[in-house]
Design a protein around this ligand. Structure first.
Ligand code: Z5A
Ligand code: MG
Length: 225
């Protein structure tokens, strides 16, 4: 029996309140309505033991070394790796609600407290990327672009520790830098997420179609470099 065409790996990224989870849920319905096998994987996955540690960290103000929490976010992706690859191999498309790109920019955007031991200061993006090297690389990264004011108008920032205007501004700048990075440039598909839900959904859908097309041209899933 011929093996099925593999599924596409599609990451949905963006700033806070850009509508990532809203769009992921609409996409899942739309793909399934078209009889395209699809599933959703959110990161952080707060359901695993590692995810529960991350959840506790995000919802509290307890101190934890920036590198230690960064490695937990990455470990939370590594523990999903085999299942992601098996799902893709079975012909099912995976929508990722945040992935390594959030991982890199959120850690690198932190203004670390002076540490008693080196390295001092903010974590570099290359240091932040290294634990994710080797994970499955998405066929496309759909970036929901929204202004800070429009995002804040959607209910304002919540209670979690990164939901602060100055942190979000640094995250925005780092996402822009990453979109220009040679290793990622060809993967990004930027969507204006400031419109109403249906308008955004149509623009995201075009990105998904492109991701599925790219996956068909690449029998093997690539790895993050
Ligand atoms: N983090 C990290 O540090 N390291 C990592 O490796 C990873 C993540 C993977 C929690 O993430 C934190 O983890 C996050 C990054 C960090 N920190 N911050 N800040 P999360 O994914 O669990 O965060 P969340 O709680 O799901 O929020 P979100 O992702 O930022 O929101 P969203 O998914 O983009 O938006 P939404 O929930 O779909 O919509 C937000 C609201 O806007 C809601 O009321 C919607 O009804 C409304 N909405 C959505 N679309 C529209 C449109 N088009 N018009 C009007 N209103 C809209
Ligand atoms: Mg979300």
């Amino acid at each position: 029996m011929a093996s099925p065409t593999r599924g596409a790996l599609i990451a949905i990224e963006g700033l806070d309140r850009a509508g990532k989870s809203t769009q992921c849920s609409l996409l899942l319905d739309r793909l399934r309505a078209e009889n395209h096998p699809a599933t959703l994987q959110k990161f952080p996955d707060r359901t695993t033991p590692i995810g529960q540690m991350i959840n506790t960290y995000l919802q509290s103000s307890t101190a934890l070394d920036d590198r230690a929490i960064h490695l937990l976010f990455s470990a939370n992706r590594w523990e999903a790796r085999d299942s992601l690859l098996e799902t893709l191999a079975s012909g099912t498309t995976i929508l990722l609600d945040r992935y390594i790109y959030s991982g890199i920019v959120f850690s690198a955007a932190k203004q670390s407290h002076p540490s008693p031991s080196p390295p001092h200061g903010p974590l570099s993006t290359s240091w932040c990327r290294s634990p994710d090297v080797g994970l499955p690389r998405p066929d496309i990264v759909i970036f929901l672009d929204i202004s800070q004011d429009a995002a804040a108008a959607r209910g304002g920032y919540g209670q979690e520790r990164y939901e602060k205007a100055e942190m979000q501004a640094r995250v925005r700048a780092l996402f822009e830098e990453m979109r220009a990075d040679e290793r990622d440039k060809e993967d990004w598909w930027v969507v204006d997420a400031g419109g109403d839900v249906e308008e955004v959904a149509d623009a995201v859908w075009a990105g998904v179609q492109e991701g599925i097309r790219r996956a068909k041209q690449r029998p093997a899933v690539r790895a993050i470099e």
